[in-house]
Design a protein around this ligand. Structure first.
Ligand code: WTA
Length: 583
C-alpha cells in the first residue's frame, strides 16, 4: 500500500488477507439481496429471529466453543464468553423476561455501561420477540423521559449507578412496570417491589428457551435519533436487518474467520448495535468489549493485549489519537489489518496519519440510524481517496439528486439519496409517527438529509447536512432538544442552538441565549447553563460555547432561523432574510 498523489493505492496481493470483496465492480453488478439470503438462517416455517442468527446457530455448530466476547472492565477485570455460553445466558434472560410476562412487541430498554449484561439483555429481548431499546449511559432525565415515555417501555435494565435517573422520572412513566438492576460493581437495594436483580433472576431461569419465531419485518430494536425539530424520533428496525448487518460486516469491514474485532461505538448508538452485536456475531466472529475510558494508551493497550485485527471507530477518536503524544510506537499494534471509521467526515489527514503510524489507512464509511447498516464504504480491495466516503455497498443504489428527484451529473453537489428497496435494513417505521416516516421519501428516493457529490470514479464525497442537525463527535444532536432544556432555566427567555465547526469534534454545540431583563450576562452564568444541560439532558449534549444576545433571528411565524445564527457565527452572508421578522 502506498500513498501517491491524493490516492491510497491498494495491491490486494500485498494485504495481510485477501479481502472478502475482491472484485468490487463485478460484485456490484451481480449482487442481489435474494441470493444473499443464503448467509442467514430461517426456521422451517420461514420465520426467523436475529438472535438465532447471532448466537444459536453458532452455538449449535462448529463455532460453539469459539470466543464470541472478550470483556475488559473499567478496573481491568476480564471475562470471556463462548457462543455456547452466550446462548445459555441469553436463553436465561429470555426466560426471565417471559416470566415477567414480556410479550412479542413489548418494548424493553437497556440503560447500562459497556458490560456483558448489556449484550446478554439485548439478545434475550430479541429471543422473546420484544423490541430492544438502548440508551446511552450519558443520558439524563430529560433524554430518558423522552425515550421511555414515547416508547412506552415496560421494563428497563440498568445498574445502581444509573438507576437514580430512572427513579426521578418513574412516576411519569405509566407503562414502566419493572426495573432490573445488574449487580456488577457497587449495588444498592432500594425498597421497591418493582425492582428486581439480574443475577438473582438469572439463577432461577432455565438455560433452555423456545426462541420466538418472527416475521421478517417484525420489530427487533429501536433507537431514538434527532432531527431538526421536535423531540427525538424512535427509529424501528426489524429482525431481517441481520442480513445487511452480516453482509456489510463481511464486505465493508472485511471480517473473516479468526479475526479479533473491536467496534469502539457505545451500543446506545446505532453503530454499537449493528456492528457491536448484529454483524460481528451474525458472522460468528470474535468481538472485544471494553468498558474503560478512552485514552490513547488504554485503547492501544486493548489492541495490543487482545491482538485486535479489525478496528472500527470514529473520526473524533482518531483525531484525539492524532493529537496525543502517546507514541503509537510504544505499543505492539502489529496485529491490526483493517481499520474502519464512521459517523462524521473523516478528514484526509487522518487517513495519511494512520497510513504512516499503523501502516494501514482508515476506511471511511457512511450510513444513518434510519438505514440500519453501512450503505457507502471504502472497501478493503479498492483504492482510497482520502476525504471520500467511498462507493455504494453491493446491492445498494445511491445517487445525488436535485429537488425534483432527478439524478444529477458527476461532480454536481446535491441531495444524497438511496433507492429504498435496495437498502435491505432500512427502518420499518418511526414509532407512532407515520408522518415523520413518510417525510423521508420523495420521488421514490430515501432522502438522507446530507449534501454530497459523486466523482467520475464513482466515489461519494460528503459536503454537509441540509438541515440544522448537529454532529458532534459523531453523535447526532437535535438543536431543539438542547434549546428546550436551556429555556427551562429560570433566567433564560429563549435559546437558539447551532453546530459550530471544530477541528477535533467535527462540530461543537453553540448556544445563543437571550436572558430575562435585568439578568447579568456573566461567565459564571454560562458555566451554570452548561452544567444544567449536562445534568438534565445528557453529559455529551451540552453547549461548549454560549453567547448571550438580545434577540434571536426568527421567521414571521416565530421559528428560530438557525441558519442565520450560523452564518453570523461563521462570518458568512446571512442569505435571504426576507422571511425574517425585524432583526
Ligand atoms: C453523518 C451514524 C460524513 C451524516 C452511523 C449522516 C457522516 C449522519 C458519515 C447519521 C461519514 C455518518 N462522513 N458524515 N462517513 N457517517 N455521517 O444516524 O450526516 O448517528 O446523515 O448514524 O451522520 O448519523 P447517525
Amino acid at each position: 500500500m502506498q500513498g501517491a498523489a491524493n490516492i491510497v493505492h491498494k495491491d490486494t496481493r500485498k494485504l495481510k488477507k485477501t479481502p472478502n470483496l475482491l472484485d468490487y465492480e463485478k460484485t456490484y453488478k451481480t449482487f442481489n439481496w435474494q441470493e444473499a439470503e443464503s448467509e442467514i438462517d430461517y426456521f422451517k416455517d420461514k420465520t426467523l429471529n436475529a438472535a438465532y442468527n447471532i448466537v444459536d446457530r453458532h452455538a449449535k455448530g462448529k463455532g460453539k466453543n469459539k470466543i464470541a466476547l472478550f470483556f475488559e472492565g473499567q478496573n481491568g477485570e476480564k471475562e470471556k464468553h463462548s457462543f455456547l455460553n452466550l446462548q445459555k445466558l441469553t436463553n436465561k434472560f429470555a426466560n426471565v423476561l417471559a416470566f415477567f410476562n414480556v410479550k412479542k412487541g413489548d418494548r424493553v430498554f437497556i440503560f447500562l455501561p459497556t458490560i456483558p449484561e448489556r449484550y446478554i439483555a439485548f439478545l434475550g429481548i430479541l429471543k422473546v420477540g420484544a423490541v430492544a431499546g438502548t440508551l446511552f449511559p450519558a443520558f439524563q432525565e430529560v433524554a430518558l423521559l423522552d425515550r421511555l415515555l414515547d416508547s412506552g417501555a415496560k421494563i428497563v435494565i440498568t445498574n445502581s449507578v444509573l438507576y437514580p435517573r430512572i427513579k426521578k422520572i418513574w412516576s411519569k412513566l405509566p407503562n414502566l412496570e419493572k426495573v432490573i438492576i445488574v449487580e456488577r460493581g457497587s449495588v444498592i437495594y432500594p425498597k421497591d417491589k418493582r425492582i428486581f436483580y439480574f443475577n438473582q433472576e438469572m439463577k432461577k431461569a432455565s438455560p433452555d428457551f423456545k426462541i420466538a419465531h418472527m416475521k421478517k419485518d417484525d420489530f427487533a430494536y429501536m433507537l431514538y435519533t434527532s432531527g431538526t425539530t421536535g423531540k427525538p424520533k424512535g427509529v424501528i428496525h426489524a429482525h431481517h436487518d441481520i442480513l445487511q448487518a452480516v453482509w456489510t460486516t463481511k464486505f465493508a469491514l472485511d471480517v473473516q474467520g479468526d479475526d479479533i474485532y473491536w467496534c469502539t461505538a457505545d451500543s446506545g448508538w446505532v453503530t454499537g448495535v449493528v456492528y457491536g452485536i448484529l454483524g460481528i456475531w451474525g458472522l460468528g466472529g470474535t468481538s472485544v468489549i471494553f468498558e474503560g475510558r478512552f485514552s490513547p494508551a488504554s485503547w492501544y493497550k486493548v489492541i495490543q493485549d487482545y491482538k485486535v485485527t479489525i478496528w472500527y471507530t470514529s473520526p473524533t477518536a482518531i483525531r484525539m489519537l492524532m493529537g496525543s503524544d502517546v507514541a503509537v510506537k510504544e505499543f505492539d499494534l502489529s496485529s491490526l489489518r483493517f481499520l474502519g471509521s464512521v459517523g462524521e467526515p473523516l478528514n484526509p489527514e487522518a487517513v495519511w496519519w494512520s497510513l504512516e503510524y499503523f501502516g494501514l489507512p482508515f476506511h471511511d464509511n457512511w450510513w444513518m440510524t434510519e438505514l440500519g447498516g453501512i450503505c457507502i464504504a471504502n472497501f478493503a480491495s479498492l483504492d482510497i481517496k482520502p476525504g471520500s466516503m467511498g462507493k455504494p455497498m453491493p446491492g445498494i443504489k445511491a445517487a445525488i439528486i436535485d429537488g425534483d428527484g432527478k439524478e444529477l451529473p458527476i461532480g454536481k453537489e446535491g441531495s444524497l439519496a438511496l433507492k429504498p428497496e435496495t437498502v435491505s435494513s432500512l427502518m420499518k417505521t418511526i414509532w407512532k409517527n407515520k408522518e415523520k416516516y413518510n417525510s423521508y421519501f420523495s420521488y421514490n428516493w430515501y432522502i438522507s438529509g446530507d449534501r454530497a457529490y459523486q466523482d467520475k470514479d464513482g466515489y461519494f464525497w460528503f459536503v454537509g447536512r441540509a438541515d440544522d442537525v448537529i454532529n458532534t463527535m459523531g453523535e447526532r444532536i437535535g438543536p431543539f432538544e438542547v434549546e428546550s432544556v436551556l429555556v427551562e432555566y429560570p433566567e433564560v427567555v429563549e435559546a437558539g442552538v447551532i453546530g459550530k465547526p471544530d477541528e477535533l469534534r467535527g462540530e461543537i454545540i453553540k448556544a445563543f441565549v437571550v436572558l430575562k431583563a435585568g439578568v447579568e450576562a456573566t461567565e459564571e452564568l454560562k458555566e451554570k447553563l452548561k452544567d444544567y444541560v449536562k445534568k438534565h439532558l445528557a453529559g455529551h449534549a451540552y453547549p461548549r460555547e454560549i453567547e448571550f444576545i438580545d434577540k434571536l433571528p426568527k421567521t414571521r411565524s416565530g421559528k428560530i432561523m438557525r441558519r442565520v445564527l450560523k452564518a453570523k457565527e461563521l462570518g458568512l452572508s446571512t442569505g435571504d432574510t426576507s422571511t425574517l421578522e425585524d432583526y
